[in-house]
Design a protein around this ligand. Sequence first.
Ligand SMILES: [Zn+2]
Length: 168
Amino acid sequence: MPDWPIHIIVPLLALLIVGRKEDKKYILLLLPLAIVPDFDSFVDQHRMLLHNIFLPMLFLFLGMIIKQKKAIFVIAAVYLASHVFMDMFDGGVVLFYPFYNKMAFVDASLSLSISNKLIWVFDYGFKGYSNEWMIANGYISDSIGTAALIFILLAGVCTVYRNRRRQL
Ligand SMILES: [Zn+2]
C-alpha cells in the first residue's frame, strides 16, 4: 500500500492554491477521493482498475456536460488524476487499462551516495504488470507521513479556531 499522506497533501495544497474561495468547501469535502484509487487492492487489481487515465477523464467529461456543477467534477478529477500521476512516479500504473495492460512508469530521483556523490536517475516507459502489484501491501502511512498529516491537521484546526473567533 502506498503512502496516503502524500496523496492527500499534494492535491489539497494544489487545489487550495488554484481553487476559488467559493469552491473551498468542495475541495475539503472531496478530499477522500485522493485515496479512493487504492481501493482497487480489494479486488486484486491494484494499480490497474482505478489507477488509470479514464476515471479522471470521465469526471472531466461529466463536468463539461453538467456545467452548473463543473467545479465539483473538476476537483474530483484533480484528486483522482494526482493519485494516478504520483503512483506513476512510484513504481507505475496501468494507465490505459483495460485497453493496454502494461504499466506506465517514470523514475525520477536524486540521491546522495556514501561518497557524497549526487546520483540522478531518470527513466520512463512501459513495463509488464507484475502480479506482486495485485494486492497492495506496506505502509498506509509511514512515520514521517503521519507527522506530515498531523502538521496539516493542526493548520486546519487553527484556521477553524481563527474563523470562529472572527465571527464572535
Ligand atoms: Zn495508489
